[in-house]
Design a binder for this molecule. Structure first.
Ligand code: 7TS
Length: 415
């Protein structure tokens, strides 16, 4: 057990795992694809792709509204995924899981329903400098509508949250804290349990944006104690267009509906409509049944590998890439928080990230360049953007070596 490769081999059979993801054997620009854009979306294992085809081939039917065989089978499969998600994030009740289109819609649901009902003039909402636009703009819109104020918790030089500043921001005017679990740009893992405890001590409601977290670490919403937790399937090896919101039962029950339509009602007359129970109160219209089923298969897939093993493997990749990047004096890593997920934002000297990204792409390597939907964070850091390599457990040290070769080429061309 001397080299990183040995440890990786002991941890999991990478070649076998890679074979589960058909896209990973593709070529781009006549080079084997290296996929380092996992924070934007993860690739899908064949079992997830098969589940989608199987659903539309054998099960397609609308849910919750038919006594016929197919409708009941589709309903069972769809509702079974709710149970899987409940177990995956350790929610107390299955009806605390609301299906949405994804993390963005989940945050908008909370802003549109809980926010409209609970935020008033002069109230304050605390977010952080690390937030994705999805966890900024809905709150800005709400604050504008209600005459409330958005307060921003700053970060320290290493990309960690400034917890002293956070504590100072919590006042009697604060009604909500909405903070990301893991920064999609810097990789910082925030102390969400502590954040929740500090906010709850002052009676403040807490939303955690879990878009980046579900694939990297074991999420336990009861242990965190938060009121809301949001996520997207496509970042956890599942399909796009499906995700969810965890909300604590008492909080969800006290909220008005978000959208009106079929499914979310109990009884409709032209005079008065009464609303359905949880979770259906928040699920107006025909849901995305096929993709939900694919989501369930993705959760089973990573549960079978084991999130603890995934975390170990991804940490190895992060350490290896960090070590390689640090060996090049022209590379500046942006974000060095002690608790960090497996992604690295970086600059190559003064080369614009778009220029670097274009050359790196020619090597068949997918990295993301730009502001990563965190423009205010880029302003905060005084950067035009970064290059971001985000790793999943199916990536390898050899792929990181190939990225280093491409970076050397970028340096030759631009410096
Ligand atoms: N919050 C965080 C922290 C994210 O990283 C993202 C997507 C979202 C919310 C929104 O998720 P969606 O599934 O609703 O779009 N992040 C990224 C990214 O880093 N590159 O592309 C999308």
């Amino acid at each position: 057990m001397n080299t990183k490769q040995d440890i990786a081999t002991l941890n999991m059979d990478i070649e076998k795992i890679r074979a589960d993801f058909p896209i990973l054997s593709h070529s781009v620009h006549n080079k084997p694809l290296v996929y380092f854009d996992n924070a934007a979306t993860t690739q899908k294992p064949q079992v997830v792709i098969d589940a989608l085809v199987d659903y539309y081939t054998n099960l397609n039917s609308n849910v919750h509204r038919g006594v016929h065989y197919l409708s009941q089978q589709a309903t069972n499969a769809f509702e079974g995924v709710r149970d899987k998600i409940q177990q995956f994030v350790n929610a107390r009740y299955r009806h605390e899981i609301i299906f949405t289109r994804g993390c963005t819609e989940s945050i908008n649901l909370v802003a549109g329903s809980w926010g409209r009902a609970n935020i008033g003039k002069g109230d304050e909402i605390v977010i952080s400098a690390l937030e994705h636009h999805s966890n900024i703009v809905p709150w800005q819109m709400l604050c504008e509508e209600k005459g409330a104020k958005l307060k921003i918790c700053p970060i320290l030089e290493d990309g960690s949250l400034d917890m002293t500043a956070f504590s100072d921001l919590l006042t009697t005017a604060t009604k909500l804290v909405a903070i990301t679990h893991i920064s999609n740009t810097l990789g910082t893992i925030n102390p969400v349990k502590e954040i929740t405890r500090m906010a709850h001590d002052k009676g403040i409601v807490v939303l955690i944006d879990g878009a980046q977290a579900l694939s990297h670490l074991k999420v336990d919403v009861q242990d965190i104690g938060c009121d809301f937790y949001t996520f997207s399937a496509h970042k956890v090896y599942g399909p796009m267009g499906i995700g969810g919101l965890y909300g604590r039962e008492d909080v969800l029950n006290a909220m008005p509906p978000y959208q009106g339509g079929g499914e979310m009602i109990k009884n409709v007359t032209f005079e008065k409509t009464t609303y359905n129970e949880l979770p259906f109160k928040f699920e107006a219209g025909t849901p995305n049944v096929g993709d939900a089923i694919g989501f369930g298969v993705a959760l089973d897939y990573i549960s079978n590998i084991g999130l603890d093993r995934i975390a170990v493997r991804e940490h190895e990749l992060l350490q290896y890439a960090t070590m390689r990047f640090k060996s090049d004096p022209l590379i500046r890593i942006i974000g060095n928080a002690p608790e960090k997920a497996s992604l690295i934002s970086f600059m190559i000297d003064s080369i614009h990230p778009y220029d670097a990204g274009t050359i790196i792409d020619q090597f068949g390597i997918a990295v993301r360049t730009g502001t990563h939907c965190t423009q205010p964070l880029m302003d905060f850091l005084g950067l035009p953007g970064t290059i971001r390599a985000s790793f999943a457990f199916y990536n390898t040290e050899e792929e990181i070596d190939r990225l280093m070769d491409a970076i050397v080429k970028v340096e030759e061309l631009f410096l």
